[in-house]
Design a protein around this ligand. Structure first.
Ligand code: NAP
Ligand code: G4F
Length: 392
C-alpha cells in the first residue's frame, strides 16, 4: 500500500528514521506512483534506501518471494481496496485482497521462518464496529473492547484481516498487531472519499471552475484525524513492548454537512443548508471578501461591480444565492455506518501518542492543498490548454 495515502506518509516517516524502505506497487497501464515519486531514488545509487517491487496482495508467490528477498524487520500491510461504497460493487475482490491478502502476508512470514524477526502491522479499521450504537462503551465511544458489526463487504473482509492477525499472534507467537484506525484524511486522500471530494469541489467552486457538488448522506458522522498523525502511531505500535491491538481516533465526531461548511469557510464562503433528505441543498449566503482573496489570491468584486449579484456562476466567481450542493441518492450505501467515534485513551496513555492536528487544522491543510492544485487548472485554462476531466 505504499502508493496510497498512508503508505506515502509512512514511507517518508521511515526514511526520516533511517530505514531501508521496500514497497509493493501494482502494475498499472498508467503511472500510479504520484504520491511517492518525490521519494524515488535511482537504483544505481549505492545508498538507495527506497525501493519499489511489483506485486499484488492476491499473489501469494509474489508476496513470499519479496519477503524472502527483503527479509523485513517490519511489515506494514496498508494494501487494500479501501473504498466502502465500491466494496458493494466488488465484494469478492475485496474479500480476496483485504481479507485473504492479510493471510498471505502472515503465512509467508511463517513459512519463511521469520516469525521471530518480522513484526507485522495490519491496517484494521473503525468500519469493524459498523456504527452500532448499542456497542459503544459506557462513555459513548468505541474502544478496543467494543464488539464488531461490519456493515459492508469491505468491513466484513477487514474483520477477517483483524482476526487472522490476532490468531497468528496467539497461535505462532508472532509480533502481529492491529491498528483499529478511525477515518484519517489529508491533502493526499483519494479523490472519491467524502472529505477530499468536498475540498476539491469547494476549491473549484471558489475559483469558478465548477458550479456545484453532489453528495450522498450528509447526516453521517465521522471521527476525522490527519493521516500524518496516524502513520506515526502505526510505527509506535510496532515499537511497543508487546504485540497488541490499538484504537487510533480523535474522540470527536462531525457530520458530513459540517465538514462542507468548514471547507467553504476556509475560502471565505458562508453556506446555508435548506430542505430535508434528498431535497436538501446548500446555497452561498455570504462572502468574506478579505478571507476569499487571502485564500484564493483572487479579488472578489465589491457590490456594484457586477459580480456580487445573483447570476449564473459558470466560469465565473461564486455568487450570493448560488446553489453549490445537492444530494444525489446514488451515493447512498445499501447499508450505512451512521456514526463513528473512537476512544484513543490506550494509545495516548501507553504509547504516548499526541496528535498534532485537530479537525480545523485538517480542513485548512486540505483546502490549502486543493486551492493550490485547482489554481494550476485555472492557469492552464486561462492559457488555452485543456485540463483533465476527473469526476467523482
Ligand atoms: P488508499 O489510499 O486507498 O491506499 C491503498 C493502497 O493499497 C494503495 O497503495 C493501493 O494501490 C494498494 N492496493 C490496492 N489493492 C491492492 C492489491 N490488490 N495488491 C496490492 N496493493 C493494493 O488507502 P489509505 O487511506 O492509505 O489506507 C491504508 C490502509 O488503511 C488500507 O488498508 C485501508 O483499508 C486502511 N484504513 C484506512 C483508513 C482511512 O481513513 N484512510 C482508516 C482505517 C483503515 P494503488 O495505488 O495501485 O491503488
Ligand atoms: O469518506 P468515506 O467514503 O469514508 P468511509 O466510508 O467512512 O470509509 C473510510 O474510512 C474507514 C474508516 O472508518 C476506512 F476503513 C475506509 O477504508 C475509508 O478510508 O465516507 C464517509 C461518509 C459515509 O457515511 C458516506 O456515506 O460520508 C458519506 N458520504 C456522503 N456523501 C459520502 C458522500 N461518501 C463518499 N465517498 N462520497 C459522497 O459523495
Amino acid at each position: 500500500g505504499i502508493t496510497g495515502q498512508d503508505g506515502s506518509y509512512l514511507a517518508e516517516l521511515l526514511l526520516e528514521k533511517g530505514y531501508m524502505v521496500h514497497g509493493i506497487k501494482r502494475r498499472s497501464s498508467l503511472f500510479n506512483t504520484d504520491r511517492v515519486d518525490h521519494l524515488y531514488q535511482d537504483p544505481h545509487d549505492p545508498n538507495q534506501r527506497f525501493k519499489l517491487h511489483y506485486g499484488d496482495l492476491t499473489d501469494a508467490m509474489n508476496l513470499t518471494r519479496i519477503i524472502q528477498e527483503t527479509q523485513p524487520d517490519e511489515i506494514y500491510n496498508l494494501g487494500a481496496m479501501s473504498h466502502v461504497a465500491v466494496s458493494f460493487d466488488t465484494p469478492e475482490y475485496v474479500g480476496n485482497v483485504d481479507g485473504l491478502g492479510t493471510l498471505r502476508i502472515l503465512e509467508a512470514v511463517r513459512i519463511l521462518g521469520l516469525e521471530k524477526k518480522t513484526r507485522i502491522y495490519q491496517a484494521s479499521t473503525s468500519e469493524l464496529y459498523g456504527g452500532m450504537s448499542e456497542n459503544k462503551n459506557e462513555r459513548g465511544f468505541y474502544d478496543e473492547l467494543s464488539p464488531f458489526y461490519p456493515r459492508s463487504p469491505y468491513g466484513v473482509a477487514k474483520i477477517y484481516g483483524f482476526w487472522i492477525t490476532k490468531n497468528y499472534r496467539e497461535a505462532y507467537n508472532m509480533f502481529a498487531c492491529n491498528g483499529i484506525l478511525f477515518n484519517h484524511e489529508s491533502p493526499r486522500r483519494g479523490e472519491t472519499f467524502v472529505t477530499r471530494k468536498i475540498t476539491r469541489a469547494v476549491a473549484k467552486i471558489a475559483l469558478g471552475l465548477q458550479e456545484k457538488v453532489f453528495l450522498g448522506n450528509l447526516e453521517a458522522k465521522r471521527d476525522w484525524g490527519h493521516a500524518k498523525d496516524y502513520v506515526r502511531m502505526m510505527w509506535m505500535i510496532l515499537q511497543a513492548e508487546q504485540p497488541e491491538d490499538w484504537v487510533i481516533a480523535t474522540g470527536v465526531t462531525t457530520k458530513v454537512r459540517e465538514f462542507v461548511r468548514l471547507a467553504f469557510s476556509e475560502v471565505g464562503i458562508e453556506v446555508e443548508f435548506k430542505g430535508e433528505g434528498v431535497d436538501e441543498k446548500a446555497y452561498v449566503k455570504a462572502i468574506d471578501q478579505e478571507k476569499y482573496s487571502e485564500a484564493t489570491g483572487l479579488r472578489y468584486p465589491k457590490p456594484g461591480e457586477g459580480n456580487n449579484e445573483k447570476r449564473p456562476a459558470k466560469n465565473g466567481l461564486p455568487a450570493i444565492g448560488q446553489e453549490v450542493l445537492s444530494v444525489d441518492p446514488s451515493y447512498f450505501r445499501p447499508t450505512e455506518v451512521d456514526l463513528l467515534i473512537g476512544d484513543p485513551t490506550k494509545a495516548k496513555e501507553e504509547l504516548g501518542w499526541v496528535p498534532e492536528y485537530d479537525l480545523a487544522s485538517l480542513v485548512k491543510d486540505m483546502m490549502q492543498g486543493d486551492v493550490l492544485l485547482m489554481k494550476k487548472d485555472a492557469f492552464l485554462l486561462k492559457a488555452g490548454h485543456e485540463i483533465l476531466k476527473q469526476a467523482e
